[in-house]
Design a protein around this ligand. Structure first.
Ligand SMILES: NC(=O)c1ccc[n+]([C@@H]2O[C@H](COP(=O)([O-])OP(=O)(O)OC[C@H]3O[C@@H](n4cnc5c(N)ncnc54)[C@H](OP(=O)(O)O)[C@@H]3O)[C@@H](O)[C@H]2O)c1
Length: 279
């Protein structure tokens, strides 16, 4: 039985991805921040799929310490992992800093993926996959490392675009480093999906705008299709470093393909987090 981790598995696209993987016969470990919500989702998932190969790990992706601790708990229980789906994400209407002095959108959406992968990489082996949920919003992202962590000029949409560009830069750099080990790394746009992501941003007006916008979106089951495809399809065994939309591979934005920027951003991420990858 293949074993996957899905982060942010209790709600939205993560819940639907977990459901799809359970239906495909995977064992799934849910990485979630709230035990009550996670336990409710787990019960519902077992009822919906009939697959009870599922467990819960509690983690706050805005905290590097929490990620390290939870990864250590996972490594104590398991010594291998087939698929890591980095999915947990958030929006922040106002500028906030994490306990690690990182701007919160970047802390959760980028450093969450960066640190989770860092700590779990020793468990991945030839044939393992990393799937990063990015967004079409990355096409609008512009990265300026001097201002990315600063309050001046902060705007929720702009910072979200940057964080989703970060997911593509991370994917492409990591894919090259892991190619020889035969570990694939791909990212995706799930579509505009009717979830509560914008309603948790801490601003009622923003939440209202998101509700109106996403009302025309697809449902989470449809939104999870590309994540499930990347995690499980035999057709993708050798595909790495690509950005997918509706199960079709694209190269991603021009900026995301800039190898110099990928490397610069990687080094910046290592220095901001203190996590230095040894490939
Ligand atoms: N919805 C869209 O249209 C859309 C479009 C493009 C890309 N995406 C991407 O899709 C991914 C999933 O988003 P979604 O729309 O499914 O949103 P969602 O329904 O709000 O789900 C997000 C998940 O991430 C978890 N999460 C957020 N912050 C966390 C933290 N600090 N620590 C631990 N878990 C945390 C949430 O936990 P709680 O339930 O406790 O909040 C939830 O389980 C995100 O990466 C997002 O950027 C979404």
């Amino acid at each position: 039985m293949k074993h996957a981790i899905v982060t942010g598995a209790n709600a939205g696209i993560g819940y639907a991805t977990t459901k799809g993987l359970l239906q495909a016969g995977f064992k799934v470990s849910m990485f979630c921040r709230n035990r009550m919500k996670a336990e409710e989702a787990l019960k519902e998932l077992i009822k919906e799929t009939g697959n009870d190969a599922i467990d819960i790990f509690i983690v706050d992706f805005s905290s590097l310490k929490s990620i390290e601790k939870t990864a250590a708990e996972f490594k104590e229980k398991y010594n291998a992992l087939d698929v890591l789906v980095n999915n947990a994400g958030a929006t922040f209407a106002s500028f906030e800093k994490s306990e690690d002095d990182l701007e919160m959108t970047m802390a959760v959406n980028h450093f969450g993926y960066f640190a989770t992968t860092f700590h779990l990489l020793p468990l991945l082996q030839s044939g393992s996959r990393i799937v990063n949920v990015s967004s079409k919003a990355h096409y609008g992202g512009q990265i300026d490392l001097n201002t990315i962590n600063e309050e001046k000029g902060y705007f929720v949409f702009k910072q979200y675009e940057i964080s989703k560009l970060a997911n593509v830069l991370f994917t492409k750099y990591l894919a090259r480093q892991l190619a020889e080990k035969n570990i694939t790394v791909n990212c995706l746009h799930p579509g505009v999906v009717k979830t509560k992501i914008g309603n948790k941003a801490g601003n009622k007006l923003f939440g209202f705008v998101w509700s109106l916008f996403s009302a025309f979106g697809i449902n989470p089951d449809k939104g999870a299709e590309t994540s499930i495809y990347l995690a499980s399809s035999d057709k993708l065994a050798d595909i790495t470093g690509m950005y997918f939309d509706k199960k079709v591979a694209y190269k991603g934005s021009e900026l995301s393909r800039d190898e110099e920027l990928q490397e610069k951003f990687w080094k910046w991420s290592e220095s901001m987090s203190g996590l230095v990858y040894a490939f």
